[in-house]
Design a protein around this ligand. Structure first.
Ligand SMILES: Nc1ncnc2c1ncn2[C@@H]1O[C@H](COP(=O)(O)OP(=O)(O)OP(=O)(O)O)[C@@H](O)[C@H]1O
Ligand SMILES: [Mg+2]
Length: 256
């Protein structure tokens, strides 16, 4: 496992750095239903921020508001210093986003998807090729470059989607269940890569349903029915609830 992930205290200078994401009173209603209910939190630069919650807790809805895909009903926030209500177009090029639903082109090869998304972010073919080479040991992209995306096993689709999200070296990365359907070995590689990105200063906002992955995060938010029930580091949360397993604490907070 990556260095910083092994030791949550090893966040280095991140605690002294400005916040990459700030959220105040963020709310989203769909009709009468309140999917995200007045949440507030901050994410530090270079932090791996785990955004946990049961199905339907409001995680994806929150991410979509932060990256300019969905208008908040009320509340405010900043991503990379830009206002989520007014400066969405400035936020988009400065972030990477891996959506929960696979969103690449099925009828292109993996390599063509990489070239396409690289182009969207202003990278030329040589730059894309360079990034593919850099990411190859973690994501094994060269092995799939000529395969049709539709034919890839789920774990490889996820690797490709992660690669497309980080090609342009975004300072802030939003990963919505990046390891869903990924086998344990590939998940280990994903988390080594996530830890390395964070150690280099990338802020990683990540959702997961795997509680052992929660342990690799510097801080966690645990969401329940649109509200944030807890935000702190894994050791601090364990101390507070006097439990040794994040899974037990998650169930304690969410299964009421
Ligand atoms: N466009 C929409 N219209 C109506 N309801 C919505 C819409 N988008 C999300 N919801 C509802 O808002 C709630 C929160 O959904 P969201 O997708 O944010 O949850 P989640 O925490 O990401 O869950 P999961 O772990 O299953 O991905 C759910 O009840 C969902 O049905
Ligand atoms: Mg979701």
């Amino acid at each position: 496992m990556g260095r910083s992930a092994e030791n949550p205290a090893a966040l280095g200078n991140a605690a002294a750095l400005p916040y990459a994401v700030t959220v105040r009173g963020l709310t989203r209603r769909f009709g009468d239903f309140v999917a995200v209910d007045n949440i507030s939190f901050d994410v530090r630069q270079g932090e791996i921020f785990g955004f946990l919650g049961a199905n339907g807790a409001g995680k994806t809805t929150t991410i979509r508001m932060l990256i300019g895909l969905l208008k908040p009903s009320s509340g405010s926030g900043r991503v990379g210093g830009y206002d989520i209500n007014r400066e969405q177009e400035k936020i988009k090029p400065r972030i990477g986003y891996m959506s929960q639903r696979f969103s690449l082109y099925d009828d292109l090869t993996a390599g063509e998807n990489l070239a396409f998304f690289g182009g969207v972010y202003g990278l030329n073919r040589d730059q894309v090729a360079g990034r593919i080479a850099e990411l190859d040991s973690a994501l094994l992209l060269s092995a799939i470059a000529d395969r049709m995306t539709a034919s890839l096993p789920l774990g490889f689709k996820q690797r490709l989607a992660l690669a497309c999200a980080i090609l342009h070296r975004p300072p802030i990365l939003f990963l919505d269940e990046p390891t869903g359907g990924v086998d344990p070995i590939a998940r280990r590689y994903f988390w080594d890569l996530i830890s390395a990105l964070a150690a280099d200063g990338t802020t990683v906002f990540v959702t997961t349903h795997y509680m052992e992955e929660a342990e690799y995060c510097h801080r966690l938010s645990i969401m329940y029915k649109g509200r944030i029930a807890e935000v702190d580091s894994p050791p601090a949360i364990k101390k507070k609830y006097r439990m040794t397993s994040i899974e037990d604490i998650f169930i304690h907070l969410v299964d009421r």
